[in-house]
Each structure stands twice: as structure tokens, then as C-alpha cells.
Design a protein. Structure first.
Length: 720
């Protein structure tokens, strides 16, 4: 396959080192991520949140940590096994990073156990009980035994462990119970293993008014006499495994679809990265598991009395609205309602930005559905990174193809942990007549763009949707993102060139507005920062505001350090990983970093440059993007950066969204020069940006009502 010669062979796990950097200029990427997950866990102890929402934060922290081991720790272990001596940006070898990461992860897991113990007690006070195998009352035992016999027993497969029965394969995230038994007739010992099928719900709710739950492994222990009649249980304990789950693309992969189908199967059998044992497991059982599952470099941990924190999310489904956040219904933009729901008419009249999840993602679905049904629409082009399992976006594209329109879908197979789902969607789209393209072998297509070409009179007009988040209807309810709709011909031309770049490797020659990685996104950002440096050196106001999920790229960090030294005031809102050290005298004293963790997951990428005036101002250079500031986003992904010039949209994004993020003091953490995050105390003027946007309609979404008032509401920075 022909492709540009400059394609990189690095994977996402290879966030580029910066070997020439002096020591002490960066925080370690992996430790910074663990610090982020600790902030997530801290929300589980935040009594300002409802109880079941705090439980959800514990679940999220567990799921996050699982993926961290399956990908990041697996990558470090791979480097160590291959004797890769490349240093991280902060100067650590893979072995040093593994030692530091393991120690910090152990502390985090110990704190998860403490949080669970406290939450479990608080849940019991609210009549929600999680019972152990010995806590089931006599009244419930009969019902539970009947349920076990009929619903659980038939799908369990006890397996003896002896020379005739080798240790079975344990799947990734597999949970099992190991039993030491003794035959009653002759005292003969035997060891048995019972794997918990992933198809079984982790928790069973007992009948009755009280909410009483029993974990499946506790049920298996409680009725072990039914599984092993004629035996006495001498010991029983749970264990769980996490496997290497990264998929690396080989240069010689000739058929990407076939390669990924095979790679997904191989991933299920990846090497064991982490073996979790129930605390207090008998030495004999522990030794067997270490021998059978623990490779030379496997991390073995005793993880308390409960394994698999992510599964606790099931308990949050309990019908207790008093223990959850008040329900919230996203608004549909008034601007589109004023045009009778005609998305094209509304967009043609004026650019629109939609702020998710406060404004519904259904507007994006409506845009695509209208395109599919409109006889004047001749073509639709769509990128798909994560579309979810129940995707109205896929349904709209299929409907459009079946209606005879030219439909192109760029399906990203390399979206981690969504590869299998994306293969399924690709097959469904192809069957419907959609032209499915998988983009570059070595790069991920991470840009979120939808393009609709419509015949209007004797001409064609292009309508475009640029998103900072995925076309995923589920995450769009909890991720804060921006959707930008426009019919600007220049942006239409840029979008067309971007799609041609992905589908045909036709490199854009003269983009009008947008920047693309890996083509020119980093250089454009550096040029914008250099402009602020020039303003500062000329004695003019110079400032940068940037909101993103992660800040890792050494070249960008060094440029920000340079800007700080030149006198540029820099405010960064970095939710997750931040390798930049703020507030260091002589290096970054003018840089401030905060992280926001709350009801919604801050996901939008927004960048503002004062251009000679204090921020916010009407002439500021403002951009939205699909990219974080990481080597992979700049060098190994197709991403876009879009300038915002429409005055109303500019006001909304800069004077509302960015200012709200900066003045939030109820769910914000400040990073110091030592790498410590400290929660901001609200004081006398509390402000919660999520609550604000839930109760205040956006500017462009308010349509004529805003224009009639003649006023544009601005948030004040005075709260900071």
C-alpha cells in the first residue's frame, strides 16, 4: 500500500522521550496519570456529592487503574523485557518508572479499600447492604439457594487442578475462586478452581424492601457444598488477572481488518501484567497462583476483600434518586427550533456552537438524520473514532446510503478497546453500501468531523460539524464537549481536503483556516505562542489560556516555559496528565495549572491567545480542537485545530466556557511545583461551572431571545 514516507512507527505507548532535557523540568507521565486517578478517587470521599455518585467515582477509579495496567504498565514492561534503555522525559529508565508506578499504585489500591469500607458502612445506613457469604440471613438462604441451583449452578464449571487437569486459561479481567477441599470419605485433598463467567451479573439483589446485594463470588462460596458434594472446604479465596491489552501495528500488515481481528484474539491471551489476590489467601493457594499465572515480571498484589472495583457501578442502578445527582435534561438549541428544526437553514443563517452535555447530542443526530432524508443531499463524509454500541450515527449513515447518497465513513480501527465494536460497525456500513475507509496504518484518525454536501439551486453547499468529542451518544451525556456547525465555504473546502488526506493520502496544499496534525498543528501553536512572546517583549499585555485533557509534549512545554520567562501570563486547565511544572522560579513562575473533576468529565480542547490585550477580549485568537498536547496527537494522529471567528460563538466559548472553567472553585484542584494537587476551597463565593451551565442556556443556542435582549452575559474573572 502506498502511503506518505514520513509515517511514524511509534505506538501510543511511546510518548516521545526528550533525552536532551535538563533534569527537573518535567513531571513523570505515568505518575501524573496516577495523581489524576487519585483525584478521581478523592471525589468518592467528597461529601458534597450524593452517596451513590461517590460510589460511582470509586468504580471509575478502579476501571481507570485496570486500563492503566493493561496498557501503560504493559508498555513499560515490554520496554524492560526488550532491554530498552530509553529514558522518559523526566529522566527515568523503564525499570525506575515501574518501581515508582508500582509503589504509587499499591498506595492507591490500599486507599480504594479504605474508601470502599467507609462507603459500604454509609450505604448500610441508607438501607443498601452488600452482604458477604456469611451475612445472608436464614430467611434469604432458601430463595438464594433456589436461585443458585436454577440460574448459576448450570453455568459454573468447577475444574480440578491435578496432573490430569492443567491450570485453565484465565481471560483478561477474569475473576475466579480457588478452593482447597478435603474428601469426607477418606480425607483425600483436592484443589478446585471455579471461574466466574463474564456473562453473570456481579451482584444479585435479594428480594425484599431493603436493598440487599450479594456478590457472585460470595454466592459461590456460600453454596460450595452444592458444587462439591462430599467434600469439606478447607480454604477458599478469589483472584483476578489483568493482561497486556495493547495492540501494536506491524509494518507488514497488508489487510488491516484481518490483522485487527487476529490481534483482538491475541490480546485476550496477552501476558499477565497484574495478579490480584484476595487478602489473607492461604499460602498454599497463593503459591499455586503465583506459579501458574505469575510470570517473572508479573505484579502480584493482595487487594483486600473485594476485587474489581469497576463492577461496583452496578450498585448505582439502585432506584434511590435521593442518593444521586438531581436528574438533568439537556436542552435542544433554540436557534434550530426557530427554524422549525431545519438544521441546514439554521446553520446557513449563522454558525452555531452546541455545548454538550448541557445541550443535547441529539442535535448532531438530527443533523445527520436530516442529511439522510433530504433528497437534495448528495454526499456525506464522516469520521468515526468511538461510536458506541447503540449508535444512531451509524443508523443515519446506513439510511443515507440506502437512500442512494454517496456516503463515506472513516472508521478508526485503532481506537483502543473499541476495535471490535468498530469492526462490527464497519461491516454493517459496508453491507449498506457505505464506502468504508480505515485511514492511515500508522496514524489514528482522531479528528471528529462530519461533512454534508447539499444541492441548493445550481450550486452545492457544504455543511460541516466539528466536534471536540466522539460521535458517541452515551459519553455525550457525561463529557463536556463542543459541537461547531458551519456552512462557511472556506471551512467546507478545508474539510474536503482533510477527508481526501485520510482516504487518498492527498496531502492538503493550501488550507484556508484549519490546521491538521501531523502536518502543521504543532508549528501553528508554536507560532501563536511566539506571537504572545513578542507582545510581552514589546511591553504589551500577553496571555494564554488553554484547556485540554493532557499536557505531555516536551516541545510545547519548553515553549510555554520560554513564554513564561518572557512575561506571558499562562493559565492551563489540564484535567488529567500534566508533565509541566508550574510556578518554578526562573522557569515557569507565570504558569498556573488547575484540574477540574466533577459531575461531568471535562473533555473539550480550547485554546485562547490574547494577541496584545488582556484575556478575555473580542479580538483574541480562539481555537477548538480534537487534540491534546501530547506527542501522539501532534505526530501520530490526524487532528484538527479550528479558529473561532464568529462573534457570538467567540463570546460563548471564551467569555462563558473558558471563564467558567477558570473561576470554578467547587471542583477544582491546583498543581504546585512539587507535583501536589490541592483542592481549592470555595470560600464566600462558591462557583460550580457544571451547575452554572445546567441552569444557564448558552449564547448561540438561545437564538432570537438573546438578540432581542441586546445583552451578551459575561462571567466575571473577579471570583478568582
Amino acid at each position: 500500500m502506498n502511503r506518505p514516507a514520513h509515517l511514524s512507527r511509534l505506538t501510543d505507548a511511546d510518548d516521545d522521550p526528550f533525552p536532551s532535557a535538563p533534569a527537573g523540568r518535567y513531571f513523570n507521565r505515568e505518575l501524573s496519570w496516577l495523581a489524576f486517578n487519585r483525584r478521581v478517587l478523592e471525589e468518592a470521599t467528597n461529601r458534597a456529592h450524593p452517596l451513590l455518585e461517590r460510589l460511582r467515582f470509586l468504580s471509575i477509579s478502579g476501571n481507570n487503574l485496570d486500563e492503566f495496567f493493561m496498557v501503560r504498565v504493559a508498555g513499560l514492561k515490554g520496554q524492560q523485557a526488550q532491554e530498552v534503555d530509553r529514558l522518559s522525559a523526566d529522566g527515568m529508565t523503564p525499570a525506575q518508572q515501574l518501581a515508582a508506578v508500582t509503589a504509587e499504585a499499591d498506595k492507591l489500591m490500599a486507599d480504594q479499600q479504605t474508601v470502599w469500607r467507609d462507603l459500604r458502612a454509609e450505604l448500610a445506613e441508607q438501607d443498601i447492604h452488600v452482604l458477604g457469604s456469611r451475612q445472608i440471613d436464614d430467611e434469604s438462604v432458601g430463595w438464594l439457594e433456589q436461585h443458585f441451583r436454577r440460574q448459576i449452578f448450570p453455568i459454573l464449571t468447577p475444574q480440578a487442578l491435578d496432573p490430569a487437569h492443567p491450570f485453565p486459561f484465565m481471560p483478561n479481567k477474569g475473576l475466579a475462586v480457588m478452593f482447597d477441599l478435603q474428601r469426607l470419605s477418606d480425607g483425600e485433598p483436592i484443589r478446585e478452581l471455579v471461574m466466574i463467567p463474564s456473562t453473570v451479573k456481579r451482584f444479585l439483589r435479594l428480594p425484599g424492601e431493603s436493598a440487599r446485594y450479594v456478590a457472585i463470588e460470595s454466592i459461590v462460596k456460600r453454596f460450595s457444598h452444592l458444587l462439591f458434594p462430599g467434600y469439606e472446604v478447607q480454604g477458599a479465596a478469589e483472584f483476578r488477572v489483568l493482561r497486556d491489552s495493547d495492540i501494536e501495528i506491524e509494518e507488514e500488515a497488508e489487510d488491516l481488518v484481518r490483522y485487527f481481528r487476529s490481534a483482538i484474539k491475541r490480546r485476550r491471551r496477552g501476558r499477565v501484567i497484574r495478579l490480584e489476590l484476595e487478602t489473607g489467601m492461604a499460602d498454599g493457594l497463593s503459591e499455586v497462583l503465583r506459579d501458574e499465572l505469575g510470570e517473572q515480571d508479573t505484579i502480584v498484589t493482595e487487594s483486600g476483600s473485594f476485587l474489581g472495583w469497576a463492577d461496583l457501578d452496578a450498585l448505582t442502578d439502585e432506584d434511590r434518586p435521593d442518593l444521586k445527582w438531581p436528574s438533568f435534561t439537556p436542552r435542544f438549541p433554540e436557534r434550530i427550533r426557530e427554524y422549525g428544526g431545519d438544521c441546514f437553514a439554521a446553520i446557513k443563517a449563522k454558525d452555531i456552537v452546541v455545548h454538550h452535555p448541557y445541550e443535547t447530542f441529539e442535535v448532531v443526530i438530527a443533523f445527520l438524520k436530516q442529511a439522510a432524508a433530504d433528497p437534495d443531499v448528495v454526499a456525506i463524509k464522516q469520521t468515526l473514532y468511538r461510536a458506541g454500541k447503540q449508535s444512531a450515527v451509524i443508523a443515519a449513515l446506513i439510511a443515507a446510503a440506502e437512500a442512494g447518497k454517496s456516503v463515506t465513513a472513516v472508521v478508526e480501527l485503532k481506537a483502543r478497546f473499541d476495535e471490535e465494536q468498530n469492526l462490527y460497525w464497519a461491516s454493517a456500513l459496508e453491507r449498506a453500501g457505505v464506502q468504508v475507509v480505515y485511514g492511515f496504518i500508522d496514524w489514528k484518525t482522531h479528528a471528529k468531523v462530519s461533512m454534508v454536501v447539499r444541492r441548493e439551486g445550481e450550486e452545492f453547499r457544504t455543511y460541516i460539524h466539528f466536534g471536540t468529542g466522539n460521535y458517541h451518544p452515551i459519553t455525550a451525556r457525561i463529557y463536556t464537549d463542543l459541537s461547531y456547525f458551519t456552512a462557511d465555504p472556506k471551512l467546507g473546502d478545508d474539510a474536503a481536503q482533510m477527508f481526501n488526506y485520510i482516504t487518498g493520502y492527498v496531502e492538503p496544499q493550501a488550507l484556508n483556516c484549519i490546521s491538521l496534525s501531523p502536518r502543521d498543528l504543532r508549528p501553528q501553536l508554536i507560532e501563536l505562542i511566539d506571537r504572545e512572546i513578542a507582545h510581552a517583549r514589546a511591553g504589551r499585555p500577553a496571555s494564554i489560556w488553554a484547556k485540554m485533557n493532557s499536557l505531555v509534549d516536551p516541545e510545547m512545554i519548553e515553549k510555554l516555559y520560554e513564554a513564561s520567562g518572557a512575561g506571558v501570563e499562562i493559565d492551563l486547565i489540564v484535567r488529567g496528565i500534566c508533565c509541566l511544572k508550574p510556578g518554578v522560579e526562573g522557569m515557569s513562575e507565570r504558569i498556573r495549572v488547575k484540574s477540574i473533576v466533577g459531575r461531568f468529565l471535562e473533555h473539550s480542547r480550547i485554546w485562547a491567545f490574547g494577541d496584545g490585550e488582556p484575556l478575555p477580549n473580542d479580538s483574541a485568537a480562539l481555537f477548538i480542537s480534537s487534540a491534546d498536547w501530547m506527542p501522539r496527537n501532534f505526530d501520530r494522529r490526524v487532528e484538527y485545530m479550528l479558529p473561532i471567528t464568529n462573534p457570538t460563538v467567540h463570546d460563548q466559548v471564551l467569555d462563558q466556557v473558558m471563564v467558567a472553567n477558570l473561576i470554578d472553585n467547587e471542583q477544582s484542584w491546583v498543581l504546585d511545583a512539587e507535583g501536589k494537587y490541592t483542592r481549592i476551597e470555595p470560600g464566600e463565593r462558591p462557583f460550580n461551572l457544571h451547575r452554572y451551565f445546567m441552569t444557564n442556556p448558552s449564547l448561540s443556542g438561545r437564538g432570537a431571545a438573546l438578540e432581542a435582549s441586546g445583552q451578551v452575559p459575561h462571567l466575571s474573572l473577579a471570583r478568582r
